[in-house]
Design a binder for this molecule. Structure first.
Ligand code: NI
Length: 170
């Protein structure tokens, strides 16, 4: 189980670099990310969230065929529409908000062995891919909200986080 970095941690905003070695350590890291994701009951987890500034993320929607590791992903295409979907983030636990994004994406990436694949996704999978890809760009879903909405959401998050910290000290 890896530590998940939270809102305010610098690593979530840092630039990420491409993976150039497809070795055992990459494979072990991706497996640990899948385990951490499952343990945290999330659907996606990106390198920066576990303190690794690499262009990697894992997705697991719990649907058949949708447990996928993405290494050096590129979004090749997005649909022209923009649809709302309620998002959350393991780095900003406890708060959720509708975010507008295209409903369909085409993404190219490598798997843990370095083999390239192209995937067309819609629905939840497309949503998670775009959210995780944003993490590689140092972007959080809150950045995509209007200022007023963002401030309200983050105030609620800070309140919950400080309450949890107080509880933890007792
Ligand atoms: Ni996230």
């Amino acid at each position: 189980m890896l530590d998940i970095f939270k809102y305010g941690d610098e690593v979530l905003r840092e630039a990420t670099s491409e993976v150039d070695k497809f070795d055992d350590s990459l494979s072990i890291l991706l497996d640990a990310m899948f385990e951490t994701l499952e343990e945290a009951d999330g659907v996606g987890l990106a390198g920066p969230q576990v303190g690794v500034s690499k262009r990697i993320f894992v997705v697991d929607t719990r649907r058949p065929g949708e447990r996928i590791a993405f290494v050096n992903p590129q979004i090749l295409e997005t649909s022209d529409d923009s649809v709302p979907y309620e998002e959350g983030c393991l780095s900003i636990p406890g708060v959720y908000h509708d975010v507008m994004r295209p409903s369909r994406v085409v993404v190219r990436a490598r798997d843990k062995e370095g083999k390239a694949f192209t995937l067309e996704a819609e629905g939840l999978l497309a949503r998670v891919i775009q959210h995780e890809y944003d993490h590689l760009e140092g972007r959080l879903f809150t950045d995509r909200l209007e200022k007023g909405e963002r401030e309200k959401l983050l105030a609620r998050y800070e309140k919950q986080a400080s309450k949890a910290r107080r509880k933890g000290r007792k």
